[in-house]
Write a protein that binds this ligand. Structure first.
Ligand code: SF4
Length: 709
């Protein structure tokens, strides 16, 4: 028979939360090859643009680096054997120690369908909420801030708003490197409208400061002080939207009373910036009609990340700069599907479909919908606590999916101790070699980008298809498939009898609509009965999708109505707190960590593409010239870094002298790890302290000491 025709297929980039559409030429059908990758001109997230990571996606698909067969206790095994061993061991652990002795640590790289099945299995059938993901490290603080203010985890803005604003505040974000396509969109907006003001609030000078009219290099960790000061200023300068506050919000008086603690001089002193810079920013916010605060990891990855988020949201509520074109607080997620995971309850404190564990009506809805024998009644362990519980011997079995926590979690010494202590460590991954796989009793080959088939949701609530373009390599299986096989082997045949991701997506959409009646924004009712063909052809769209919004919703809260019981948004009174890992005579340097432009997470994919190593091919530690002088080091010299928590883990980094950060502060990228033959195990230097409300660890403020090697 004739070979399948070449076909241009649209899919989605698997890296950052921008969620760019990608067109790929599929030659010779699912068993053929891929070429001519380009940005999809039709996709509203990127309109044809891609950053360098997206552009070189095809170069990352190196079969030699893939895990291609299940491995059980060091021996290659069949899938039947691997699933059989997992089910038998899991059942024995549950029998002896209860369901909370089992945990899953997943990933914002999973597709929504994978996430859905993992949550259903754990929360409805095994009966534990011990399922958390690396999304905890990404945006869990923003989730809680949204829920406190809006009653639901909702990002009100969309990317187009970035082109229609008068003031864009980038805070805790080096978007030029971490969300390049959005940053380019901001650059073009500013070119078209030179009156648009861009302010970067960041302790470091980064590539994102290139377009800034003003860069406020505040002292690390003082963001909430700045936004409390802004609220105080707005009240004192007649810049409040009194009508909006009265009609659409709750709790303003207490919030303002707390903000009155922050007059300009005190803010300048605590943030360690010039008063004149604050006056400029505050005046712009007060007088320009539209403003967006674009916030990311620098806000979220903090022991007070939730309060920082609410301090930002308070300023938008106080001025009515929300729910309007070009205005709003805009949380930008790091990962491609951090938001899709949230939609199906992908964190240990969530149920599913934005329903709450402690809400009896929600509980009843999910229990009935899933016909769940063991629906959870209490939250489970959050990322850092999950590894602590494993180290303490309480969690006996951990299944790690699509993430590499030994390299990416804070407190590497704890994570390693935890995995050594577990009776059963299962790791599903695409890569054959990672720091985490060294601890796996059972390694399962999972499908990766170009093989996976499902949906993701980007930072503007837009659901896009990631399409299967080629057959899985080796014996790799989809994560939802592996989870379903384990579910069936545990005796839950009917509930995990999926044959295609379209069935899972339809079930998820139906659950969002169950007993909803507009009480929750997350509503995908019209997508609940898509056929496989319709699912295959699904075009990108923004939720909610319901009777009122049949083609999706660009912007939420336009009617001044929120998702709290009284439909009013909540102000949250903020008392700013500083980072908990403070410097001392013994550990005198503040450590900041982050991403570089051309690498992704622990480099299990981007590290395969030689062209992505051209920009920066090795780790480093940025050190201020005066600190370098005091340490008697020059460029390229090696420094040993130690923290109170680093224990036996040796961390050594080459010095890069620059004045992009203040004296006493250093910066290191987190991508490199032992797999790369590197001693840049930066996570070992952060102690895992996290926000009490969100559980998100502090990854931007460690306390370390440095000594020449
Ligand atoms: Fe991929 Fe993000 Fe780059 Fe877009 S901006 S191509 S989603 S990494």
């Amino acid at each position: 028979s004739a070979a399948p025709a070449n076909k241009l297929v649209q899919t989605t980039c698997p890296y950052c939360g921008v969620g760019c559409g990608v067109d790929v030429l599929q030659r010779g059908g699912m068993t053929g090859t891929l070429s001519e990758l380009k940005g999809s001109t039709e996709h509203p997230a990127n309109f044809g643009r891609l950053c360098i990571k997206g552009t070189h996606l095809l170069e990352t698909l190196d079969g030699n680096k893939r895990l291609l067969q299940p491995v059980v206790f060091g021996q290659p095994a069949s899938w039947d054997d691997a699933i059989g061993v997992i089910a038998a061991k899991m059942a024995a652990i549950i029998e002896q120690h209860g369901p909370d002795a089992v945990a899953i640590y997943g990933s914002g790289q999973l597709l929504t369908e994978d996430y859905y099945v993992a949550n259903k299995l754990m929360k409805g059938f095994i009966g534990t909420a011990n399922i958390d993901t690396n999304s905890r490290l990404c945006m869990s603080s923003a989730v809680v801030a949204h829920k406190r203010a809006f009653g639901e985890d909702i990002v009100p803005c969309n990317y187009e708003d970035l082109e229609h604003t008068d003031l864009l505040i980038l805070t805790g974000s080096n978007a030029a490197w971490t969300h390049p396509v959005l940053y380019q969109r901001i650059e073009r907006a500013k070119l078209r409208n030179p009156d648009m003001k861009v302010v970067v609030v960041d302790p470091r000078k980064t590539d994102s400061t290139a377009i800034a009219d003003l860069h406020i290099a505040l002292k690390p960790g003082t963001d909430a002080v700045l936004f409390c000061g802004l609220l105080n200023f707005l009240a004192n300068n007649n810049a409040l939207d009194e009508a909006f506050i009265a009609a659409s919000t709750h709790g303003f008086a207490e919030t303002l009373a707390a903000a009155f603690e922050w007059p300009m001089a005190r803010v300048a002193e605590v943030c360690d910036v010039a008063e004149a810079e604050l006056v400029t920013l505050f005046n712009w916010f007060a007088t320009l009609p539209r403003a967006i605060t674009f916030f990311s990891m620098g806000i979220n990855q903090s022991t007070s990340g939730v309060d920082k988020g609410n301090a930002i949201i308070n300023c938008h509520l106080a001025t009515g700069k929300i729910g309007k074109e070009g205005s709003g607080p805009f949380s930008i997620t790091g990962q491609p599907n951090a938001m899709g995971g949230r939609e199906v309850g992908g964190l240990s404190n969530m149920l599913a479909a934005h329903m709450d564990i402690d809400n009896p009506a929600h509980h009843a809805t999910v229990k009935q919908f899933w016909n769940a024998p063991n629906l959870i009644t209490k939250p489970g362990l959050r990322a850092v606590d999950m590894f602590q519980a494993a180290a303490d011997g309480k969690v006996k079995c951990i299944w790690i999916m699509a993430t590499n926590p030994v390299a990416s979690m804070p407190n590497r010494a704890l994570v390693e101790a935890a995995l050594k202590q577990c009776e059963l460590v299962i790791v599903s991954d695409t890569a054959a070699q990672t720091d985490t796989l060294n601890y796996a009793h059972i390694a399962l080959p999972a499908t990766g980008w170009s093989e996976k088939n499902g949906t993701v949701t980007n930072s503007e609530r837009r659901i896009s298809r990631q399409r299967g373009l080629v057959a899985p390599m080796g014996e790799a299986k989809h994560d939802w498939e592996i989870l379903s096989l384990v579910g069936q082997a545990l005796g839950f045949e009917d509930a995990f009898n999926y044959a295609h991701p379209a069935e899972i997506f339809a079930e998820h959409c139906a659950l969002t609509a169950a007993n909803n009646n507009g009480s929750r924004a997350l509503d995908l009712g019209p997508l609940a009965d898509l056929s496989v063909a319709q699912y295959d052809n699904l075009r990108p769209q923004q939720w909610p999708l319901n009777e009122t919004h049949r083609i999706g919703t660009e912007r939420l809260f336009a009617d001044g109505s929120f998702y709290t019981p009284n439909r009013k948004a909540n102000f949250v009174a903020i008392t700013p707190r500083l980072a908990t890992q403070q410097t001392s005579a013994e550990y005198p340097f503040v450590l900041n960590t982050g991403r570089i432009r051309d690498q992704w997470h622990t480099m299990t994919r981007t590290g395969n593409a030689p062209r992505l190593l051209k920009h920066i091919d090795r780790p480093w530690l940025s050190v201020h010239p005066l600190d370098a002088q005091a340490l008697a080091v020059k460029d390229g010299d090696l420094l040993k870094a130690e923290a109170a928590c680093s224990g036996e883990v040796e961390v050594i980094l080459p010095v890069k002298i620059d004045d992009k950060q203040r004296r006493g502060e250093v910066f290191a990228p987190f991508h490199w790890s032992a797999t790369w033959g590197s001693h840049a195990k930066v996570g070992a230097l952060l102690n895992g302290a996290n926000d009490a409300l969100s559980g998100q660890p502090e990854l931007k403020h460690g306390a370390i000491r440095l000594s020449p090697v």
